[in-house]
Each structure stands twice: as structure tokens, then as C-alpha cells.
Design a binder for this molecule. Structure first.
Ligand SMILES: CC(C)(COP(=O)(O)OP(=O)(O)OC[C@H]1O[C@@H](n2cnc3c(N)ncnc32)[C@H](O)[C@@H]1OP(=O)(O)O)[C@@H](O)C(=O)NCCC(=O)NCCS
Length: 184
């Protein structure tokens, strides 16, 4: 198994996002197709394991010991389901991933067999924070969930990040997030 450039999902989905529906202001203006000088916003590919993808994720949580084989197997599983939209920003000059966020589409029997989006693993590498990349990823994945006909999109976050997500129209729900953790 050799890491390659095959995208996890169709890159056109990102290119076709109707950016006029974006509700957040960007100064200077950036967009999914123009994320900034020397940057590209695109689906994850397995070659990103050699471009510091895990280094970025490691700034969010424990990533564990993952071999290239483990990574490729997981990628292939996600690709097959067509429900995982792991999106990255690459700095083309450095050949490094500098930000990532994931949209997962969950299928329901309720609400007329609707779909629900979940946003997970939002992280911008510390040296690139404050350059609007977090905002760009959140706007893009929120619009993508709408385009994919999700009836809602949700995420869990720390209280200190609530104000960040409110920018995109997310509101705190009166439900309590509960978990049963089996290992760390
Ligand atoms: C949260 C995070 C993704 C934001 O990304 P970023 O690239 O630094 O932020 P951006 O430059 O895109 O956005 C900047 C805007 O968001 C605001 N902002 C950034 N982080 C914020 C926070 N934690 N709370 C409130 N507002 C925040 C800024 O004030 C700025 O507002 P403005 O556009 O009105 O001036 C980034 O700081 C990060 O990766 N943090 C560590 C991992 C993490 O906590 N992830 C979220 C998991 S729920």
C-alpha cells in the first residue's frame, strides 16, 4: 500500500459550493477556490500522511501510533461509504497540511429518511491560526452539509470555542452531551 493523491471525495463538491451563501465576513476576501496565497483547500488524500496531517491533528487531541497501512485502510473504508468529507488546507510552498476539518453525513430513518451532518476535528496548525482558515473550513463544511441535503449539522466544542461557532449560525442546544468512554 503506497500513499497517493486519490481524493477522499469528489473535489468538485468543494469547487461548486455557492460561496454567495456564506454568512461570515473574510478580510481580505478568501474562498474555497482562493483560500490564500500558496494555499489550496481540497479533500484529504493518503499522501497527506507524509505532509504532516497527523502533526496538525495532534494539536487537537491524542492521535496514537498509526502506520501508513492503518491510515490507508481507514481512508479506503471512509471513501467507500461516501459519507466522510475530511477537508484539508495545504501550504503548497511547504508541502504541509496546515488545517483540517471533517464533515460526516449520518443517515436516518426519521424525518423521512433524512441526513444529518456532524462536524468533527476542526484544527488549524498553531503557526497558521488567525489567518481565517478555521473560518473558511467551517463555512465550507457548513455549506456543504446544506448542499448534501442534511436537515441539520451539529458539532461538539469546548465552552471557550462557542463564540467561534456562533459566527456560522450554530447555537447551543438545551440537550446535554453525554458519553461513555471505554479507552483513551
Ligand atoms: C478554533 C480554531 C479552529 C480557529 O481557527 P483560526 O484559524 O485560528 O481562526 P480564524 O482565523 O479562521 O478565525 C478568526 C476569527 O474567529 C475568532 N476566533 C478564533 N478562535 C476563537 C475562539 N476560540 N473563540 C471565539 N472566537 C474565535 C477570531 O476572533 C476571529 O474573529 P473575526 O473574524 O471576527 O476577526 C483554531 O484556533 C484551532 O485550531 N484551535 C485549536 C483546536 C481547537 O480548539 N479546535 C476546535 C475544536 S472544537
Amino acid at each position: 500500500m503506497i500513499p497517493d493523491e486519490t481524493p477522499l471525495f469528489d473535489p468538485q463538491l468543494l469547487e461548486e459550493i455557492d460561496w454567495s451563501q456564506n454568512t461570515v465576513s473574510f478580510r481580505p476576501p478568501i474562498s474555497p477556490v482562493h483560500p490564500g496565497e500558496g494555499l489550496i483547500l481540497r479533500p484529504l488524500c493518503t499522501a497527506d500522511i507524509n505532509r504532516g496531517f497527523y502533526k496538525v491533528l495532534g494539536q487537537l487531541t491524542k492521535v496514537g501510533d498509526v502506520t501508513a497501512e492503518d491510515f490507508i485502510k481507514k481512508f479506503e473504508h471512509m471513501k467507500k461509504t461516501k459519507d466522510y468529507f475530511v477537508t484539508v488546507v495545504e501550504d503548497l510552498n511547504l508541502g504541509q497540511i496546515v488545517a483540517t476539518a471533517t464533515l460526516i453525513v449520518e443517515h436516518k430513518f426519521i424525518r423521512g429518511c433524512a441526513k444529518r451532518g456532524r462536524i468533527e476535528e476542526v484544527v488549524v496548525s498553531d503557526e497558521c491560526r488567525g489567518k481565517q482558515l478555521g473560518k473558511l473550513l467551517l463555512s465550507v463544511l457548513t455549506l456543504l452539509s446544506k448542499k448534501l441535503d442534511c436537515y441539520k449539522v451539529t458539532l461538539e466544542c469546548k465552552p471557550k470555542n462557542v463564540a467561534f461557532y456562533e459566527k456560522f449560525g450554530y447555537t447551543a442546544s438545551d440537550e446535554t452531551y453525554m458519553q461513555c468512554r471505554f479507552f483513551d
